[in-house]
Design a protein around this ligand. Structure first.
Ligand SMILES: *Cc1c(COP(=O)(O)O)cnc(C)c1O
Length: 382
């Protein structure tokens, strides 16, 4: 038994990141400024995208990206039931009606077949989630979006650095939103980024994230280079700090290495549990991809233990685990407001009852992982 608690996720912060934060603090400029601009530039390069806009969370990114679609009452946005509640909340906050398309039981990603069946004449957008860092099958989804003139906002909170058919997520399609929460594949403490190829959306997000201030609007009507600005909408306070960007600059440099470490650990879990009847393991899809392995999520076979009993047993042994996710449409607000209930998305609901996230982070050692594996085997066989 471990003397100290092993969490299921932990950020890896290098000394040069710490030095950069300290340098930022000493510089006299700690809010949005040169380091945020540098981080945005580096993110745009990494994602091969014309615009990367940093915000204080991915939730803020989803909110502003969806607001810029200017949804009208009754407009529908199709999304997945296996996601964090922020995906649904921001659809509602942007004035949309969330419509759920059930998932593919193998990839745990939104099923294109179910999306197709969910499209109505009120559908305006699709918000897929690259669950656990495994890219959604984007080609057929974008084809569908083109046919029906829908915008796709990819909730890529798990997927920075993931590849779909040899292209990095963010380098094609419409709009992607990344999260830099400490549990995600790279962190700025809290933070997020929207990447888009839509110039108009990039402009709207830049206005919405900071009080509705548009310098561009002011520049159109007056001489530029003054301290004046125009407010064109009652915007939000969603900007990223340079203190956060200081961390991000050094995290991004290590992202590919983080993913390589996560992949090696995920492969060790796959191998260790391949013949164990108490777990159903994540399956690879048949299209080319690089999994970002944000999460390693087996399904617990409830003939052995319930998922919750398993998580408690692990915790008793000083090992943390995560729950991603209980399907958010079953929370009271969503049941009461949109009439969702058990049976709305039976595949995702069943998986939400059995899924568990095992410890996975770049600094997890082989010895620690072996201990986790042995402990799990003993929990199921004792
Ligand atoms: C973490 C997460 C978010 C929210 O990210 P924040 O940066 O914490 O706002 C949104 N969607 C999914 C799928 C997430 O996992």
């Amino acid at each position: 038994m471990l003397d100290t608690f092993l969490p299921f996720a932990k950020p890896s912060i290098s000394e040069d990141a710490i030095d950069e934060v300290v340098a930022c603090l000493r510089s006299g400029w700690i809010t949005t400024g040169p380091r945020t601009a540098q981080f945005e530039q580096q993110l745009a390069e990494y994602c091969q995208a014309p615009h990367a806009l940093c915000l204080n969370s991915a939730t803020a990114g989803l909110h502003t990206a969806l607001l810029s679609l200017e949804l009208q009452p009754g407009d529908e946005v199709i999304t997945t039931p296996l996601t964090f509640v922020a995906t649904l909340n921001t659809i509602v906050q942007a004035g949309g009606t969330p419509v759920l398309a059930d998932i593919d039981p193998n990839t745990l990603n939104i099923s294109v077949e179910h999306v197709k069946k969910s499209i109505t004449n009120r559908t305006r957008a699709i918000v897929p989630v690259h669950f656990a860092g495994l890219p959604v099958d984007l080609d057929p989804l974008y084809e569908l979006a083109k046919t029906h003139q829908l915008h796709i906002v990819e909730d890529a909170a798990h997927a920075i650095g993931a590849h779909y058919k040899n292209k990095v997520i963010g380098s094609f399609g419409h709009t992607q939103v990344f999260s830099f929460h400490p549990n995600k594949n790279m962190t700025t403490g809290e933070g997020g980024c929207v990447v888009t190829r839509d110039d108009d959306m990039a402009h709207q997000i830049s206005v919405l994230r900071f009080h509705g201030i548009s310098r561009a609007a002011f520049d159109r009507f007056s001489k530029s280079g003054t301290q004046h600005y125009e407010v064109v909408t009652p915007g939000f306070k969603y900007n990223m700090l340079d203190i956060q960007a200081a961390l991000g600059i050094h995290q991004l440099k290590r992202l590919d290495d983080f993913i390589a470490k996560r992949t090696a650990l995920a492969n060790r879990y796959l191998d260790a549990f391949k013949d164990k009847p108490y777990f159903q393991l994540p399956k690879a899809p048949n299209y080319a991809h690089r999994h970002a392995w944000h999460l390693f999520t087996p399904l617990v076979n409830t003939d052995y233990l319930t998922r919750d009993t398993f998580m408690s047993a692990l915790k008793e042994k000083n090992i943390g685990s995560g729950l991603h996710y209980i399907t958010p449409h079953l929370y009271p607000y969503y049941q009461q407001t949109f009439g969702f209930q058990r049976g709305t998305c039976p595949i995702a609901e069943d998986i939400g009852d059995r899924i568990v996230s095992l410890p996975l982070f770049p600094d997890l050692t082989i010895a620690q992982q072996d201990h986790v594996i042995e402990t799990i085997n003993s929990i199921f066989t004792s």
